[in-house]
Each structure stands twice: as C-alpha cells, then as structure tokens.
Design a binder for this molecule. Structure first.
Ligand SMILES: [Zn+2]
Length: 233
C-alpha cells in the first residue's frame, strides 16, 4: 500500500497528469518523498543544524523544522503562499542572494526553483553554494526535459512560457542533451540512484516512478559538498 514517508498518509491523488503523485495530506510529490529518502540515507539532517530551505514543501519543511529546531529557516518571494507554521520569510533570490552570508549553513535545500528565477541562475547557484559551511551540503533538484536548455528573461506571456518552458511562470528549461554544459559546468553531474537507498517495493510504495530510480531526473537530487563547486579562483 502506498505511504507518504513524510506524514504517514495512505491517500494520494493525481497531479499534473501523473497518476497518484501527490499526497493528499501533506502535498508531497515524488521528488519530495525521494528527498526524504536521500536525507535519511545520507544522515544530512540533525538537531542543532542551520538549514536554509527555499520554496519550502510543507511535508519536508515540517520534518526539517521539527528535527533541526531553531536553525530552520525557510524563504520564498511570497511567504503568504505557505502554511503559517513554517514561518516562511521573504527573500527574492534575484536581488537578495548576493547578500547571503558565506559559510553559514549546514544545509541549503531547493527543489524546482531555478526554472522560476528571472535572472542568471548560475550566479544564484554560486551564491547558494557560497552560503554552505565547509562541512555543509547543497542539495537541489531541477526539472530536466528532453532536448536542450532554453531561457528567456523577456516579457513573455504566460501562454508563451507554458508553451516553451512547460509552466506559465517558468523562464527556462533544462535539457537532458546539454545538462553537462549548463549545471554540469558548475557541479559534478552525479546523483545517488534511488534504488541504492530503498528496495523496489519501497520505491513503489512511495509512488516514485521507475524512470526516476536511476540517474539524473526531475525527481532526483544533486547532493553537493563545498568542494564540488567547479568555479574557483
Ligand atoms: Zn504526506
């Protein structure tokens, strides 16, 4: 029987054309449950840590806040979209990421955020990585589509964005064909295969599709240490 590893719910519903992808109770999707698996398997979350969670998913946010305590910080450009108990603070990554403190966080976490930012996403990823401690981790995921990278920061209509980037508030798409020339120039393109972390039955119970079990996908995460950044003086 399907179960959400964030809230224990057995109720799932279809989401964005994906059968039974979303937990009815906490809103987790495939990648959120994959993230919980990864965080647990790698022991990345502990009490007393300082964690920055961007565009916080409810289930993961509650788990992180309960586990790390006061060091949990969540941010979004529009905090009003979130449950009050997550205490989301306002941050516009376009203008504010430069001001982040260096080497301050044990964990910086974001999932499907980079495709929304109307600015140079390499600069944002650089600054987010700069904000992790020497012992910290930068954990993130982006949607990766067939074909090639494309971006347009101009005044596209929502319909044009939907057509080119698959959602009406996206400004770019990442492509499987040239991922080594985009994110791959910043970080090693290595993920932990999910089937190394859980059995096939467990992954099925978590509602994680088989295509996401191995290799880079829209559902899996890069787990990067300080020294993984390829941009160095
Ligand atoms: Zn749930």
């Amino acid at each position: 029987m399907s179960i959400c590893n964030l809230c224990g719910s057995h109720s799932f519903k279809d989401f964005n054309g994906r059968a039974l992808a979303m937990c009815v109770d906490c809103g987790s999707v495939e990648r959120t449950r994959a993230l919980k698996l990864i965080l647990d398997a790698k022991g990345l979350v502990r009490a007393g840590m300082r964690v920055m969670h961007l565009a916080p998913e409810t289930g993961i946010g509650r788990y992180l806040k309960a586990t790390v305590g006061d060091g949990y910080e969540s941010y979004d450009i529009d905090p009003s979209r979130y449950a009050a108990d997550l205490d989301v603070r306002r941050m516009d990554l376009v203008t504010d990421v430069e001001g982040l403190p260096g080497e301050a966080y044990d964990l910086v976490l974001h999932s499907h955020v980079m495709e929304h930012l109307p600015c140079n996403e390499t600069a944002v990823l650089y600054h987010l990585h700069r904000a992790i401690k020497p012992t910290g981790f930068h954990v993130f995921c982006v949607p990766i589509h067939h074909g090639y990278y494309e971006s347009d920061l101009g005044r596209l209509t929502p319909t044009e964005r939907e057509k080119r980037f698959f959602q009406n508030d996206h400004v770019r798409r990442f492509g499987r064909e040239d991922i080594e020339r985009t994110i791959g120039m910043l970080f090693p393109l290595a993920v932990t295969d999910l089937d190394q972390l859980a059995t096939a039955d467990e992954l099925r119970d978590l509602g994680i599709p088989e295509l996401a079990w191995r290799g880079i996908s829209s559902h899996n995460f890069f787990v990067l240490g300080k020294d993984d950044l390829k941009l160095r003086p």
